[in-house]
Write a protein that binds this ligand. Structure first.
Ligand code: GLU
Length: 505
């Protein structure tokens, strides 16, 4: 069966990583079955509206490489409360047959029509209680240690006319029955109707509440599976009842467990990056982030231990059966590891392109063909050591610009005296001048021989030379580094190191 799924964020700020995880499950399910995944913007709560968030959501999806089969197009984005147009948006929102509009504030007459339908068929009623009156009723219930559940009988006025300001509330019925449904993740769910509020469906301002809008839209847009965070589980019986009142076929429900930090607490800023852009700016690549997020609560199952997946492999293997019912733990160390794995899988030129903006930020301009060629020569030697794109700058900066001559103590090797280090540097200088060709393997051979001649351990000699030519203690492999730096640069840096050590300062 082809699944049609949606991601339905409210435009209230950055795309949180927990929400993205749920979006990824929805997307994988749709793609696995050859169906559609689309975006709907749920902007019915106008007070929480944050300008720019829809554009940021689109940009996040773009960066992640999650393509949409429907969603707000340029025209629709431009006519939002604030212009949210985005260059990568769809040209035609309905292009794979999902009917729009995709922004809920563009669908108000539809919600009104269905709210009135419910009133006309006895499944909803009009009410006029103001927020103040409701607050009083709630306080009274609390003073009697009861949870406040609004019921038709509590209305202060029953003669509400359709032409005066009012809300439309659903009439939960039967009053004392139960509402039951099956959830693909949580199993069979049972709710006492007595615990379900006569929820407001249409507000005084003519906007629907989430509960009405989500049911109407999911039905009209042909959603087959509703995947969302399990914080929505308490709302699900209201939605199930609405489907039954309307006589519409229910979608399959799947309430996805929360994401927790390694300390077992709900994932929050304390644990680290939260939004897609924070992860991007910290040097994670989308291939890794998608892989990691897909594994937050999903596993291929059947004894399949695979943990590194491409997008295509995820799509091929994803199934709802593999989604677990307990909370997933967000382990930043695992993400770092996966990021390193996916970075190593990138072609050198691809990695170079992704590194350039991070290098620029660190003050290393890779802005000429020569400098790009230099970066390409370096990349094979740093790939293994790059877990995040931000790791590269300190590994390559000394290739792109001059270094500070290291202080004397840095030029003295482990368990070596000053005069011995000085001697080793002078001998190395001689060697660097003579070695032919000036390449990785001949350099290594000559340096190892020099170490033997001086009765130094390789780490002793190599530490002195590494520090002298790079000014760093951690670098790509030494001989490749020297070969790429070139004979002239190595000689110049060795000379300065020798002078520094001679003067002792
Ligand atoms: N607008 C809701 C949210 O932002 C969507 C919930 C759902 O997917 O049904 O969480």
């Amino acid at each position: 069966m082809k699944a049609r799924t949606r991601f339905a964020p409210s435009p209230t700020g950055e795309l949180h990583i927990g929400g993205v995880r749920t979006a990824i499950f929805s997307w994988l399910l749709a793609k696995h079955t050859g169906g559609e995944f689309y975006l709907r913007i749920e902007d019915t709560d106008q007070e929480r509206y944050v300008p720019g968030s829809t554009r940021r959501i689109l940009e996040s999806f773009d960066w992640l490489g999650i393509t949409l089969d429907g969603g707000p197009d340029h025209d629709e984005l431009r006519t939002m409360k604030t212009d949210e147009d985005y260059p990568g948006a769809l040209d035609d929102g309905e292009y794979r047959g999902v009917p729009g509009p995709f922004v809920q504030s563009h669908r108000l007459p539809i919600y009104r029509q269905w709210a009135e339908w419910l009133v006309a068929h006895g499944y909803a009623y009009r009410a006029t209680e103001t927020p103040e009156e409701l607050a009083r009723m709630r306080a009274e219930a609390q003073s009697r240690k009861q949870t406040f559940i609004f019921r038709e009988e509590m209305r202060l006025r029953t003669d509400v006319r359709p032409d005066e300001p009012h809300v439309i509330r659903m009439r939960v019925q039967p009053r004392d029955g139960r509402t039951e449904f099956d959830d693909l993740i949580k199993g069979h769910m049972v709710f006492e109707n007595a615990q379900i509020d006569d929820q407001v469906l249409l507000k005084m301002d003519g906007f629907p509440t989430y509960h009405l809008a989500v049911v109407v839209d999911d039905h009209l847009q042909g959603v087959t599976h509703v995947l969302r965070g399990d914080d929505w589980l308490p709302s699900a019986p209201k939605h199930v009842l609405l489907y039954r009142y309307f006589g519409w076929e229910e979608p399959k429900w799947a309430h996805v467990p929360n994401v927790l930090g390694t300390d077992g607490k709900k994932l929050s800023k304390r644990h680290g990056a939260q939004s897609v852009f924070e992860f991007r700016d910290q040097g994670y690549i989308p291939e890794a982030l998608i892989n990691f997020l897909a594994l937050l609560g999903w596993a291929p199952g059947g004894g399949d231990e695979q943990s590194v997946f491409t997008r295509e492999e995820l799509i091929a293997k994803f199934s709802m059966e593999g989604v677990g019912s307990s909370p997933a733990v967000f382990d930043y160390n695992k993400l770092d590891w996966l990021n390193g794995v996916h970075i190593r899988r990138l072609a050198d030129a691809d990695l170079a392109g992704r590194l350039i903006p991070f290098l620029a930020q660190a003050g290393i301009a890779v802005d000429t063909p020569e400098r790009r060629a230099l970066l390409l020569r370096i990349i094979p030697h740093i790939k293994e050591r790059t877990k995040k794109l931000t790791d590269a700058a300190p590994l390559v900066d000394f290739f792109f610009g001059d270094i500070q001559t290291p202080p004397a103590e840095m030029l003295i090797g482990p368990k070596m005296e000053q005069h011995l280090s000085l001697y080793a540097l002078r001998e190395t200088r001689r060697l660097v001048e003579a070695v032919e060709p000036f390449e990785d393997a001949p350099l290594e051979q000559a340096m190892r021989k020099l170490g033997d001649d001086l009765q130094l351990k390789p780490t002793q000699l190599f530490t002195v030379v590494r520090n002298a030519v790079t000014g760093k203690t951690v670098t790509p492999p030494l001989f490749a580094t020297m070969a790429i730096l070139g004979r002239e640069t190595c000689l110049a840096r060795l000379d300065r190191a020798i002078a520094r050590l001679q003067s002792g300062g």
